[in-house]
Design a protein around this ligand. Structure first.
Ligand code: GDP
Length: 199
């Protein structure tokens, strides 16, 4: 799929104020600094669309983008940065959870995981939360360019082995890099196919 337009629509903290529901929507979430903004920019071929930053915890609002006039991206606040957190629920904004539970046009949540970091409790708990709330999600392992190809495979396997401890069925995953653009075409093809099923 060619991306010919990608426009910022709005930022807000209230799911009720999010854009109309008539377009299919794909959201991006993950721990701060995992590479959400970079992946959105890579997918849309636009270096400045979502702000990227070396500093964790920058994206604090739900940012909506309209892509090709036919679907929406939502860049969600990063989690795992708030120092006060004890539980996943307490550790990132309540409005994000409300958004996830209420947003009717949300086709899929891309849950970003840094491939180099061993499985984190907060991510595993968040996946459990998605399962309980029946929020469809796909894991996007990020920053694949930072390690060797062979290591990528062993890291993915390591992660899957951890998931097998609690999950009967493996959540679907993509391996991505915003630098080499690995995985970007696969994600866009997935989106294109999902868009066809919308309505
Ligand atoms: P966010 O907080 O999840 O939105 O993360 P950003 O997209 O701002 O990225 C955080 C940092 O990781 C930035 O310094 C990015 O340049 C870097 N980064 C993000 N994705 C990649 C990637 O695929 N490869 C490499 N090498 N660096 C990345």
């Amino acid at each position: 799929m060619e991306i010919h337009s990608a426009d910022f629509l709005c930022s807000n903290s209230d799911w009720k104020k999010c854009p109309d529901l008539y377009l299919p929507e794909y959201a991006f979430i993950g721990r701060s600094n995992v590479g959400k903004s970079s992946l959105i920019n890579s997918l849309t071929n636009n270096k400045k669309l979502a702000k990227t930053s070396g500093k964790p915890g920058k994206t604090q609002l739900i940012n909506h983008f309209k892509i090709n006039n036919s679907f929406l991206f939502a860049d969600l606040p990063g989690y795992g940065y708030a120092k006060v957190s004890k539980k996943t629920r307490a550790s990132f904004q309540e409005f994000t959870l409300k958004y996830l539970e209420k947003r009717k046009n949300l086709i899929c949540l891309f849950l970003l995981i840094d491939l180099r970091i061993s499985p984190q409790k907060i991510d595993l708990e968040f996946m459990e939360y998605c399962a309980v709330k029946k929020i469809p999600f796909i894991i996007c392992f990020t920053k694949a360019d930072k390690i060797k190809k062979r290591e990528v495979e062993s890291k993915v396997t390591e992660y899957q082995n951890k998931l097998k401890e609690t999950w009967e069925e493996m959540p679907f995953h993509f391996v991505t890099s915003s630098i080499s653009k690995v995985g970007c075409d696969d994600i866009l093809v997935f989106i294109l196919n999902q868009n066809k099923l919308f309505h």
